[in-house]
Structure formats: C-alpha cells, structure tokens
Design a protein around this ligand. Sequence first.
Ligand SMILES: Cc1cc2nc3c(=O)[nH]c(=O)nc-3n(C[C@H](O)[C@H](O)[C@H](O)COP(=O)(O)OP(=O)(O)OC[C@H]3O[C@@H](n4cnc5c(N)ncnc54)[C@H](O)[C@@H]3O)c2cc1C
Ligand code: FES
Ligand code: FES
Length: 1269
Amino acid sequence: MLLAYLRRKVGLTGTKYGCGGGGCGACTVMVSRYDPIQETVLHWSVTACLQPICSLHGAAVVTVEGIGSTKTKLHPVQERIAKAHGSQCGFCTPGMVMSMYTLLRNNPQPTMEDIRETLGGNLCRCTGYRPIIDGFKTFCNVRTVNSSNSHNNESDISGELFSMDNVLPLDPTQDLIFPPELLKKAERLCFQGEKVRWISPADLKDLIKLKAEYSNAPLLVGNTTIGWFQEEVHPSIHPSTNIHLTTLFYLGVTVGAGCSLSVLKDVLLQGIEELGPEKSRVYQALVQTLQCLASKQIRNMATIGGNILSANPKYDLSSILAAAECTLHIVSNGNANIFGIYLYIISHNFLFAILFFLIANPCALQWEFVSAFRQAQRREFSFSIVNSGMRVTFRHDSNVVENLDIFYGGVGPTLVKARHTCKELMGRYMGTQLLEEEIYVPPTAPGGQEEYRKALVLSFFFKFYMQVTLELQQKVGMNDLPLEYLSALKPFKNEVPQANHSFQLVPETQSSNDPVGRPNVHQAALQQATGEAVYYDDIPSVKGELFVSMVTSTRAHAKIISIDASMALAMSGVVTFISAKDVPGQNRRLWFNNPEELFAEEEIIGAIVAETREQAKRASEQVDITYEDIQPVFFTIEEAIEHQSFFDPKRKLERGNLEEGFEKADHILEGELYMGGQEHFYMETQGLIAIPKGEAGELELYVASQHAAYTQEVVGITLGIDSNKITCHVKRLGGGFGGKVMKIASLSAIAATAAYKTGRAVRCVLEREDDMLITSGRSPFLGKYKVGYLNDGTILAADITYYSNGGCTLDESSFIMEKALLHMDNGYKIPNLRGHGLVCKTYLPSYTAFRGFGGPQGLTIIESVLHEVAARCGLPAHQVRDINMYKDEKCYTHHKQLFSPHDMVRCWNECLEKSDYTHRCLSIKQFNAHNHWKKRGISIVPLKFGIGFSKGFYNQVAALVNIYKDGSVLISHGGTEMGQGINTKAIQIASRILKVPMSSIHIKETCTGNVPNAAPSAASFGTDAVGMAVKDGCEKLMRRLEPLIKKHPQFTWQQLVSKSDMQKISLSATGFFMGPHTSVDWEKSDGNAYYYFTFGACCSEVEIDCLTGDHKNIRTDIVMDVGRSINPALDVGQVEGGFVQGIGLYTIEELQFSPEGVLLTRGPSRYKIPALCDIPPQLNVHLLRNADNPHAIYSSKGIGEPPVFFGCTLFFAIKEAIAAARRERGLSESFPFSSPATAEKIRMACEDCFTRMNPPDRKVKTKPWAINV
Ligand SMILES: Cc1cc2nc3c(=O)[nH]c(=O)nc-3n(C[C@H](O)[C@H](O)[C@H](O)COP(=O)(O)OP(=O)(O)OC[C@H]3O[C@@H](n4cnc5c(N)ncnc54)[C@H](O)[C@@H]3O)c2cc1C
Ligand code: FES
Ligand code: FES
C-alpha cells in the first residue's frame, strides 16, 4: 500500500498510520491524475493505507512534506492549523492538513459546508475539532467568530485565542505543478509481486479479455472493500480507465461502474438543479445517502460498482438503487446482460462478472415517491445499522397504492425485499402491520440489536409514510397529518461548530516579554503540521532491525498444553519465537507489590520476531497453541458478583450515619446505573524500538510511554539488567490518555527480550486491532444505590456500591476504584454518605487507566442518583442539584478534606447565566409540546475534581535546566509531551524566570538518563509538578547569576552567560518539586487525597429522534476554573478535547464483546469515537475570572482530566428528552437507561407501537450477539 511505501521505502513519515482501514484519515494524501476527457488535472484526497501502489501509475502523489516545511516555507494550511491551536499531539495533523490542502487545490474559496464535508473523515482524539475548524475557516469568506463574548463586559476578558494577522496568504501559484510526463494515455500494465499479480488493462476491450483469461481474479477498483482483506493471491485486475464515465441525461443518469462516489454525488447534484425537486426524487435520496456514507477520502476512492457488487448488506446504496429500479449492465462470460439490482444481488456470483453501467431514473412521475433511510452508530462516517430504499406510486389523484417497493439492508445476510408487504398493499392504503410480520431479524443476526433493527424497519416505513402523506396532502388535500408529526421528517443537519470563548487577560503591569498567562502556540505545532515532528515509529530503521509481533491467547481462561511455533519458524523472514522461557530475568511486571506476568496465559503468550513487520504478522498467526479450557469462565460484572470474584483491596468510604439518614427521609429509592468502558483510541498505536548497544548490556528504548521510569524499571527486571544501563527516550506521544502508562511497559519488556535474544534492534508497532485487544481501556462500572431524600429533593443519605470490571489482572483498577469513591460526593453535601468499591475479577483482558481514572464513573453515578431523585420529586434536576450543593465557605469532603466550594458555586452560577438556562428550559418545553417524534432535553452539572496523586510519594518530579554558552537553554523534565502542551508551559515558565524569549528555550525529549525516577504524566498533575521543578531549576540558576547581574546590569543575556562561564559558574541545575504528601486512611475514611480541586460546570442541550434513536448535540456551555491559566489556549484546548472524549464515553463509544468474551469492536469501522459531526454547533468555553489557587504554579490549576465528565450532560439531557417522549405517551418517566446513550438505547427507551410490535419471545433462550460486560 502507498502508506507503507511512503513511510518505509521513501522515508516520508509525515503521513501517519492510525488504523490501516480507511477509518481515521491520519494517512490522507493528495492524488492527482490527468483526465483526458475533461482535459484537466483532478485532485483527490485519499487514504494512503488503502491505496495500492500499482494503482498509481500515471498519478502524482503529494504528501504533507511536499507542500511546505519549517525549513523553507510553510503552506498557509500548515501555518493556520498550528496558529489556531488545532494541533495538540499532532498525530492527526498531517492528515487534516492534506484534506484541507486538497480542498483548496480544487476550490481556493471553499464554503464552511465544503470544509465540514472535507474533514468529516479525519478523526482527532485530542482537540475536539473546534480549533482546527477555526484555523481553516479563515480560508472562507466568513467572519471569524473567535473573539466576542456577548455576556461579559469586563475589560480584562478576551476571547481571542489566536490572531490571524500576518499569516501567509493562500497563493495557488506556488502549488506544485502536475508533472507533464504523467500526461499520457493508459496502457496495459502488469506488476508481479511476491504473492500478487496486478494487471491494469489498457481499455474496456482489454478488460473483458483479461477477465475471460483470469475469471477468478477479482476486479479491484477503489480497493476500499478489498483493501481490508488483502493478502489475495490471485491476479487482481485494476480497470483504471473508461468505466468511470458518467452521463447525465434528462431521463436518467448512466453511471459507469468505476465512477467514484464523490463524482456520482456531484453529477446527481447537477441533475437535481436541472430537474427541480419534484422530478429528481431518486437523485435527492441518493445524495442524502452519499452525504453520510463513509468519508470524503473513501468516497473519492470507492466506486459505485464496488459498493453494489460487494453485496454487503451494511452498504447503503443497493437498497435505494433497487427501490429506484436502477438497472445493471453486466458482462459475464463474454455476454452482456441487463439485470435489476435486487435479483442480481440475491442470485448471482459476482466474481465472474464485470459491471459496466448502472442506469438510474430520476423519478419523474407525478404520483411516484422515493426515499432512502439509514441509521448508524455515528451519524456520519459509519456503516449503517439498517438502511432502506422505498418507492411508492399512487393511483392518480388518490392515496391508493398502485406499486410499492421496499428494500432493507442490515436485516439479513443480503438485501431484503419486503415482497409480501409490497404485494399486499397494492390497491390499498399504506400501513405498517404487514411489514411487521414480514421482516424478521433473528437474534443471532450479525451485529445483534435485533429488536432495534426491527423497530427501525417499521420506523423507516412510518417516516416514509409520513413523507408521502405530507406530499399527498399538499397535492390533493387528503389525510391531514398532525402538525406535531412533521418534525419526524427533518433529518438532523450536521453543522460546523462555532465557539465563544473567554479568558482573563494578564495584568497590564505584566511585561510584554513575559509569556506566562498568554495563549502561546504549542511548542511543536509547526513541526506537527509539516510532518517533521518525529514519533517513535518515524525513526528510521537501524541496521539489522527486526520486528516483533505478539501471539495472543484466543481463550479467556485456559491452560496452555503446548505451543508449536514450527510452522511459523519455517516461514520466510522469521528469525525466532520468544516466550516465557526466553526471559533472562523475571517474567513479570511489578506494580505496587502486585506482580503481573509478561508472557501470560490470558493475554500475550509469545511473540514472533522476523525481518519485516508483514512477515512477523503473518507468522504470528501460524503459531499453533493447544489449550485446555478451565472453568469457570465469565466476563460480566453481574457474573463476577455471582461468583464473588473480586480483587483485593476492597474499599469503603463513609461519613455520617446512614441508618439515621434513611429514617429521617421522606422517600427511599433504590436503583443502579451501568457505565460501559471506553477505548483510548489515541491516534498513534503503542510501540517502541529497542536497540541493544552491544556493550555492558546497555539498551536504548525509543518508546511511546507516559511513564518512562516504569518502563525502564520493568525492562530492567525482565532482562536482569540494572536500570543505569537502560535508557528510555520519549520524544512525544500521539496521544496517551492514560493508556500508555502500564501496558507499554510489558510491550517494551517483550521487545527488549527479543532484542536481547537476537542481539539486534527490535521494533514493535501494534496494529490498531491488536492495540485495542491487548491494551484495553476504561473499565465498565456498575453503581447500585439506595438513597433517602426529602420531598424537596434534599438528599439525607446515600449508600452506593461501585463495581468495576477489572478484567483478568489488577493493573491499576484498585486505584481507579479509589478515585471513583473519592469523587462520589462531587459537589454535594450529602450528610450521610457511604461508598463501597469492589473490583471484579473476570476473564477479559485487563483494564487500565483512562483520562479521569475512575473520576467520571464515581461522579456520574452520584449525578444519576440526583437525576432520579429529581424525577421522583417532580422537580427540575438543576434545582435538586442546587439544593444539595456544598455552599459554605469551608467544607469537608466525605474523606474529611477541607476545601472551599466558592469557585465551584461561581462556575455553577455563571454557567446557568451564560447558557441562558432558564430561558432555554422554557423553549425546550415549547418545542417538546409541538413535536411528537423529536424531543429536546437539557442538563447542567457542577464539578469538583481532585488534582494530583492520592499516593503522596508520586507527587514529585525533577527537571534539568542547562544553559549553553551561546545563551540557549535546554530543559529536560520527567513529564511526557502527549499533546497537552506540558513542554510549552514549561518553556513559558522558564522564559519568565530566566527572562529569555521562548524561542531560545528548547525541550528535546524525556529521557530517563537525564531525569530519573519520574512519576507518570497523569492525574492532571504533570504540568503542576514539572512547572514547579522547572521553576526551581531556573531560580537556582538565576541565584547563581544574581551577583553578575547586579554587577553588570547592562549585560545582555548572552554576555551574562558568557561571563559566568568564564567565572566557572555552573550553568546546569536540577530543579525538584516535592509535592504534598497526600494519603487516605481507608479504615478511618480520612485523608487529604488531593492537592486541591479543579471546579467547573457544564450545560448541554440535545435533540433526539424518537423514531430512529439518532440524536444531535445542539449546544454546550462550560465554565471552568483553571485558576490563573498559564496558557489559556492550551487550557481551552484541554477542556474542549476532554469534553469531546466525554461525548464519546457517554453517547457513541460502545465496546461490544461476544458471549465468549471476544472483543468485537476492534478498529474504527466498529468502534466510533466522536467525529466532526458530533461536535455541538455551539461549544462555548469560559475560563473563570479571578480564580486563584495558592497550591499550584503561578496560581494555575490542573485541567487534563476533569472535563471528560462533562460529557455526562449529554447523557442526562438525552434522558430528559426521552422522559419527555415517554411522558407524552403516558409511560413512566423513570426507566432503565445505561451509558453510553447509543441510538439503539434511545430508540428502545422511546417506547411506542413500533417497539412493542412483535416482541421477542423471552422464554426462548438464544445466544446474544454481544454482552454488556
Ligand atoms: C472506512 C470505510 C467506510 C465505509 N463506509 C461505508 C458506508 O457508510 N456505507 C457504504 O455503503 N459503504 C461504506 N464503505 C464501503 C465502500 O462504499 C465500498 O467499499 C466501496 O463502494 C467499494 O468500491 P471499490 O471501488 O473500493 O471496490 P473494491 O474494493 O475495489 O471492490 C469491491 C468488490 O467489488 C468488486 N467490483 C468492483 N467493481 C466491479 C465491477 N465494475 N464489476 C465487477 N465487480 C466489481 C470487486 O471485485 C470486489 O469484489 C466504507 C468503506 C470504508 C473503507
Ligand atoms: S491509517 Fe489510513 S485511514 Fe487510518
Ligand atoms: S491532535 Fe488530533 S489526534 Fe492528537
């Protein structure tokens, strides 16, 4: 594939690997080709991971390196994404840049909608997309909204996080020209690889000839389906020419099978414009589907022929094309034939056929209506769960059906026609009863969700019925459709997020040279935007380098009887197989006296070491392992409770007297909330390079680790080598989010074992699927509660038991549980409060840390308690929250830590005001009263989040500050840069103290050889600790320079440094920060667990579609107390990025496990993180003014973790919206609902006649497709 070629053969590592399946956009490049028909060069953004090299004959490829660089000249796209703070970890940035660059090559003055469409297929896990859009929208002719703050008149408040003054203008004359030597005619080409033969025919005739010769060879066109299942051994035929031609004519459109979906969309849009709305219904339905089908890059590559002939029921186009009676023109065995799509798909073998054309009519009949429907896990860039195409013709001037065609995808193994319903309804009025009986989705259907799919089948038809009725109503004035039903017909519109920010400016007295408190750009943003930033896998391979690929267990709980690697070892390029017996030291990783095996029976069993990654991967699949299953095997929290399977320690926190509280209460409520887990989905997968130095056992590791010291320690124990011989280098991480603290140490130890055994450098780069499988993520939680409350919503007592699913080993789960318990009071003064925390031991892969570290789970469960109490009292939820809030100037948490909630209350009040909460509640009420099938909800929550490690000794770090003779400064510290901007803030701090410009200060890497024994960059404490250590180091140096400064006040910095060198003053100093000694006495429920608390409040509004379960995030307002921000741009970035991860956690990110415990959702095609379409169109972030914090550096506050929890506002707002729907239908407003609030759960909670039709027979036990673990 082009990606591997660019990165490994050409050394252009700016293009990144994120998933390998077209699902993330990190590998986006621009491909240009000359089109001899239009006589022009066309530019396409494509995903390099799916682009076969052979298909590029005659094409020019432009990568991020080709458009600009920091050494020569930046391209404006690169400069603007960097300046607008659109690059945090930077791993997605080159892909973003190339998508935008391609758009500008095609259209130098894009609209906002163009930008939205272009970036829909580029995922970013850090930023929350808003700053990227802000940077890019400066290319549109729109006013940039980044500075106004309509609610605030204070003169020291600003909203300007960046300025586009003095940016480079877009100058298309500077673009690379298309190489003239590529302007040539197609010719027959043949490439022969090790396993694959590739033939590109010269023309159509040649294609038919070739197909007759190699009838078994698949036709490979866009490769977006085949690309997933590479390793084909047949010849592949790539018909690069001619069959992409598309002709639009009045009676229809003839679409060449090789026409890309992007071109098809453009042609159809042209058709709609020419024919007008009435006569172009088929085109409209197709365009509506194409808009959310895959991403721009995939649509640029994927062809209509490939979409139809893949015959994948999840693919969207066949159902609507079949309904529209499109015809396929097929050549098979030398014969040309015409087929209807449905018949062809259900009855033919596609391998032997070539699809040439498809003809689609625009649907010009006056009494004919056509529509398409789809519902997916995420509104865009996601396969549909169910899709449908429907067409009806009515008898002239009546609503009697003359002809009806209904097709569904996603309800069976192939396209399904509701044949019986269509036949029976002919000559009658439309209705859903027949359909209900006809379409059966078996419980074992791939993807599961049978009840939901069934509901969608009916709901789509009902929507169609309403659409048609509305049109008939307008035509013949019949069948009055209630006005409140009309909302069902409007699909949600995806919009570009607009933002309104505010932050406090630095005092006027602050020197203009002092960068602290100002929104400086991330230190490496320009390198990240140009592809120059180096991540571990961008390091060129060293001589003799090998690759290691893990062999993982396929059984959840089993004894290994034998391991046979002989087949694998016989394969080409394989060097060795390593397992526990190859470990020279100890086969374990130790963590707080808790050992975990490296080569274990449950996760990684061994590893194949080979010359290349492909060879290693292939061979690792050939290792034969014989298991003996062990009982019991279970995966879920409920099962673990049944088996009483818990890890130690079991924790408890308690204040007050529960029994007394319950006695005084007016009501007692018992309930529970389940919160699913979450995959980190950092854009850069885990890995490292281990390089043995061949002398005294020295080993260098270039590793993506948040905890370099721990990696060093584990590798040392594994190899039996002292830490002083092992050096870990961490330049930067492409996102960490807590996932690169623990598991990376095990991977490093395994790669180091391979390096030790072979004496050669060994590289390990996990593929996305393996990363998701091996490294796991946030634990699922179940909170069971009993709560006693008064009629006015005051909570007197709450007793909550938290269960988390820890998986098969403890990892950090006990500390995660502790954090959940320590946050169980959030901002509420519940006088009698008790929490038990139990980590369940199951047979799933072990869970680990994830941003928030149990905080979001602990907080959400108490918020759910408040929400339910409000619902039972019939009171607005915000009122019940307000009544229960800590309000006194001095308060104690439930673990007896003293704090002042003053700033939390300020955040809460400001959030109520800035979100216009009261007024919007009224509007929502009105909206809900006038809309039956769409409902809105709103929710606001406060936040109190503990900062720092509750294990006191972790609150320490060192920094090394070196001043060189030329005056430049190099800082090393124990933190790791993973996008949060720790290096930028450290440089700002050093710049203030040393009084040198930020440009003279550099941070190269984190290195255990420079700064030893550092704690992980985690717990939102990295910048606090590192900032203090850097400050200490710089102050030490300044104290040494002080006498010289006094003596020579006129000296420049360079003169001062030079003089001090002459005077033998050491220009190197170690700074150290010894943070507070936090600890908790779990027996006494007593202790200062945290250094201090970060406060905030968040309000979100959503709208749901009761018929499909789709939802739209409408607006979010966040007020956050970050103390005196060191860098408001980075802090706003953390708030938005954390919140957007919360959107994923609470709404769309759903991990699915099979009943056998196999993770089904591996990779972005099955697991959906928020994309641009999920960002609320209004996302406002305000940093609290005049907030101080005596505990942390320059009065700032840690902010990395807290905002994730704010995603729960969407969850509760969705719950409110569902409650409104249920209220209207006379159903109870209390209903079971778990997180994440997926489309399936929303739809099924909005019970109605469609969900109740044909209920599953609960007595018949069938194996579910997926289980909640
Ligand atoms: C990340 C991602 C997201 C996606 N999301 C969606 C989505 O939301 N909805 C959706 O509908 N689809 C989606 N797709 C699927 C995509 O639309 C199809 O993969 C694409 O249309 C196939 O076209 P292709 O040219 O790439 O086919 P290829 O991969 O080249 O071929 C696919 C199959 O069709 C055969 N074939 C192709 N052309 C012909 C022809 N002319 N005659 C005979 N046989 C032929 C091939 O031999 C092969 O068997 C997604 C794909 C990816 C990678
Ligand atoms: S790596 Fe190509 S799209 Fe993800
Ligand atoms: S900046 Fe986008 S993934 Fe990190």
